[in-house]
Design a protein around this ligand. Structure first.
Ligand SMILES: C[S@@+](CC[C@H](N)C(=O)[O-])C[C@H]1O[C@@H](n2cnc3c(N)ncnc32)[C@H](O)[C@@H]1O
Length: 256
């Protein structure tokens, strides 16, 4: 088994890692790949004085089992933040916090996708539990398209405790679940944390009890639930839509 810690595999993840300013020790690029996004990667690496090594595909394959697309970077592992950092970030931007709390997402593909969605839709941070959850691995970085290097991700010992703290700081905490009030009927414009449940168990009973309310995306098919990332994307997008409408910034959806 190849050790993946500190490995960034794939063109977008490596490019985003370079843009984010995290420490990168070396970049290895497949000999015959010097055009397009690779050119940008090489240029940015040289600007920052990061060594770029040319190698054959076999060498890259020996570094990672992930689909590296001809480029791999060696870095230190992603640093987790704490919840204060996330609040500070929202404060600095003068925005009401929008947090995404993941109650036991185990599948790296779902975690990477949710981090990507949350980064693109302007959420200020993602909170994951230390135990019984996927962590930030090379695979998650790859699936997030490098969003893990821009998004603030905090790991907490206890999700229910973290929710209590968020409520004390004035956030409304909404559990996303299949049995709740229809999400677009709620006012989601204030400071808010959206809780998304894990693939198997959904939002746990204790966590749900600590939330202010439960919101649902109506379902009309035969399958009992949406994929966690899809549910997160739909609800986050509604938060953005409502905030833009409220602030009269309909044409500037990136600002919360
Ligand atoms: C795959 S679902 C979990 C299904 C799980 N077997 C259960 O019974 O709860 C993962 C998460 O996506 C969110 N989700 C899925 N469908 C949803 C819906 N229709 N409305 C709101 N949230 C939903 C919830 O947070 C859910 O816990």
């Amino acid at each position: 088994m190849i050790k993946e810690e500190g490995i960034i595999a794939g063109r977008n993840p490596v490019l985003e890692a370079l843009k984010s300013g995290i420490e990168i020790n070396k970049i290895i690029i497949s000999d015959n790949e010097k055009q397009g996004i690779m050119k940008e990667i090489i240029g940015r690496a040289r600007e920052k004085g990061i060594p770029v090594e040319m190698a054959n595909k076999k060498k890259l394959d020996s570094i990672t089992e992930l689909n590296h697309q001809g480029v791999v970077a060696m870095s230190s592992p992603v640093k987790y933040m704490n919840i204060d950092d996330i609040f500070d970030y929202a404060n600095k931007r003068g925005e009401d916090p929008l947090l995404v709390v993941l109650d036991g997402i185990q599948d790296p593909a779902n975690l990477g996708s949710i981090i990507r969605t949350s980064e693109v839709l302007g959420a200020h941070g993602v909170i994951i539990p230390m135990h019984r959850s996927a962590g930030i691995t090379a695979a998650v970085s790859r699936i997030s398209a490098g969003a893990v290097y821009h998004q603030r991700i905090a790991r907490v010992a206890n999700i229910s405790q973290a929710i209590k703290e968020m409520k004390e700081r004035g956030l409304w905490v909404a559990a996303c679940d299949m049995n709740g009030e229809i999400y677009y009927g709620k006012d989601l414009t204030g400071p808010i944390a959206l809780v998304i449940g894990g693939e198997g168990k959904g939002v746990s009973r204790l966590v749900r009890e600590n939330c202010d309310y439960v919101i649902s995306i109506p379902m009309y098919g035969k399958i009992g639930s949406l994929n966690a990332n899809v549910a997160a994307a739909i609800v986050m997008s509604e938060v953005v839509r409502q905030r833009c409408m409220k602030n009269g910034r309909i044409s500037d959806s990136r600002r919360l």
